[in-house]
Design a protein around this ligand. Sequence first.
Ligand code: DLL
Length: 430
Amino acid sequence: MYWEEKIETMDIGTLRSLQLSRLRKTLERAKTTPYYKKLFEEIGLDTDIKSLAHIRDIPFTTKNDLRENYPYGFLAVPKEKIVRMHSSSGTTGRATVIFHTREDIDNWSNLVARSIYMTGARSEDVFQNTMGYGLFTGGLGLHYGAEKVGMMVIPSGTGNSVRQINIMRDFDTTVIHILPSYAFRLLDVFESESLDPRKDVKLRIAFIGAEPHSEEMRKKIEESYDMDAFNSYGLSEMNGPGVAFECPEKKGMHVWEDSYLIEVINPKTLEPMPDGVEGELVFTTLNRKGMPIIRYRTRDLASLYTGKCPCGRSHRRLSRIKGRTDDMLIVKGVNMFPIQVETVLMKFPEIGRNYQIRLETKGHMDEIYVEVEVLYPADDMREYEGLKNRIAAALHSEILVTPKIILHQPGAIPRAEGKAVRVVDNRVKE
Ligand code: DLL
């Protein structure tokens, strides 16, 4: 049931001591990097810290710090010790790059294997990895972990949906790694091939993650394919996937606290938030040799669950990610997150598999449009007038502004190659 029972079920006291000793080593290693050497000298840091709380004496590391010290300013080992580079999927500004030693790759793969094993996937399974291979960590990250578990790995990569389905059928794929938005898109392709994903393929487990998605979306994916879907969270700066993963209880994702120190802060005041209260996630690597990162501000918003998990693992659980601080939209003075729109949309069975939020300036006012595909084509979209009003009313009670709903035929809204683009902001910036 456990990949590493001793670590996964370690009592909290022992886990905290392990974290402290690993944190000290991390600070020692960080001291050798150009960036932290300078920082630690400036703040006069004694790396032999006495408690985990002392980490708060160290300033946060931001994406901007990584960018300004691009490419090698965070390296803690000579370059010849590095065996792999990955990069974040950020679309704005200079990419951030992350370097790994052989040991780092081994430790990361082990965390991914631990996560995979936790969901019930085993060496008998056939694993199809539909995530991008390359600089993105979703492909290679899961690949190495799945090989460690001993599954037969099919590195199908992204795109070519008909071939993806053929592979599933020819090789009896049982476990799949897939973006939640792509799991939806693939349903259209099953339909156009006159195939039923519940009957014509043998999928039993999916790892879904890398982008925000609602509980309602998970449920739809599970029902449509008749499989269990597990939420998987990670970010390139913390290796990639394998930072936090759901167990079969599906009530939060266990953060692997032997390898990451997690803090939740108020993104405005930067004060620590207690367990159970939503805030920005901040991570410190505890086991990375090539490129330690301390107190990295993720901009992701979530909370930590308190209380024991019935699965027996002691590592704290993370709630679903609500979005990034920079995903928050302020429309007509009201704050909202795209995921709130998704949660409402998913409750309408007539709604199809893609949606987009578009913001425009009309006069001096913000206007919000929610573009939605219907599930079944209509000869005349006017048939759906009633639906439009019902969606607008349901959205109003969730986000407190009334959006204009635009309904489209199935497949009409453009689809992104990788992670879904849920918001198009065309507002005039003053
Ligand atoms: O997306 C790593 C990953 C790959 C995770 C495959 C899971 C599966 P980046 O490209 O650096 O790394 O993007 C990281 O994606 O800060 C979140 O904003 C978002 N994200 C990742 N997983 C989830 C999730 C990978 N389960 C950024 N739910 C993160 C919501 C997620 N958002």
